[in-house]
Design a protein around this ligand. Structure first.
Ligand code: NAP
Length: 287
């Protein structure tokens, strides 16, 4: 069994991004600039945005966090996004989700200009991704693909089972694995006897958000298991009072696998580099 080490691979990718940024600067070209909109003061959202700022700094990008009070109206937020759409200094824009209930997330996602939509959530980018055209890929599936490619994992002709069909993970993941010539099965909360599907899988991607869902008896010998799930569970022995659990029962599943991602240190850091890669691409696409 070999670990798919997202910490290590993401470090290598960040070094490469940093070098590309240095080259852009040396050629007198633009420094990539990511803007993040943060509405309100949700603790998890603030942590995610701070991590994105830190990542930008590490690779030499400019970054701006634009903070709004929880009470901002949908119309005001749309006006602010439209201003950023026009701002040539900003290459990529993300709006940290979730937004307050009075703001329609779909409307907001669609307001971001698709050429700045480095989260890859705009319908234009989703459509281009499904057609296999070059575009911004949602960061998590993008990170998983980078991990698979780094370890030269064979995908062609393999059975891939994805558990979860969300717009940000499961669905785009299925399109990307199909493009990698897998035979893809997508399971979800209405799927009966998921184990019957996963037992036949060469590659399993678990993205449902139920800690330790995938057990050893659901996995065949030699499978590749990628655990996207992250759930905070109470752990009084840890300093923070919680620990992070994936969707895979790592202890029992790992011995059966050819490759498996740990949680933390697997898909999480790869998601973070996915966003950086998209931001770099945004600059290149705009010439
Ligand atoms: P989500 O929007 O809640 O979607 C969960 C999906 O799992 C849904 O499609 C749901 O099916 C399915 N599901 C729920 N219970 C199920 C069950 N018992 N059996 C089979 N399928 C079931 O979640 P998400 O945003 O995709 O995230 C999934 C997990 O990945 C979460 O733990 C999240 O924290 C984590 N995540 C991690 C990263 C990272 O960087 N590592 C990034 C994004 C998300 P229905 O469609 O039928 O409801």
């Amino acid at each position: 069994m070999e670990l798919l080490n997202g910490n290590e691979v993401s470090k290598l990718i960040k070094i490469s991004i940093k070098e590309q940024v240095a080259t852009l600067k040396a050629e007198g070209k633009k420094t990539p600039h990511l803007a993040a909109i943060l509405v309100g003061s949700d603790g998890a959202s603030m942590t995610y945005v701070a991590a994105k700022e830190k990542d930008c700094k590490e690779v030499g990008f400019d970054s701006t966090v634009i903070r709004f009070d929880q009470s901002i109206s949908e119309a005001e937020l749309i006006t602010e996004i439209e201003k950023i759409n026009e701002d040539r200094n900003i290459d990529g824009l993300i709006v940290q989700l979730p937004l307050p209930k009075h703001i329609n997330e779909k409307k907001i996602t669609e307001t971001i200009h698709f050429k700045k939509d480095v989260d890859g959530f705009h319908p234009m980018n989703v459509g281009m991704m499904f057609k296999g055209l070059k575009t911004f890929l949602p960061a998590t599936p993008y990170g998983v693909i980078k991990l698979i490619e780094h370890y030269n994992i064979e995908t062609s002709g393999k059975n891939c089972v994805i558990i979860g069909r969300s717009d940000i993970v499961g669905k785009p993941m299925s399109a990307l694995m199909l493009q990698k010539n897998c035979t893809v099965t997508v399971c979800h909360s209405k799927t009966q006897n998921i184990g019957n599907f996963t037992k036949e899988a060469d590659i399993i991607i678990a993205a449902l958000g139920i800690p330790l869902f995938l057990k050893a008896d659901m996995v065949k010998e030699g499978a590749v298991v990628i655990d996207v799930g992250i759930t905070r569970v109470e752990n009084l022995n840890s300093k923070s009072g919680y620990s992070l659990k994936g969707d895979v029962d790592f202890e029992t599943v790992a011995p059966k696998c050819s490759y498996i991602t740990p949680v933390p240190g697997g898909v999480g850091p790869m998601t973070r580099v996915g966003l950086l890669l998209n931001t770099l691409e945004a600059v290149k696409m705009q010439g």
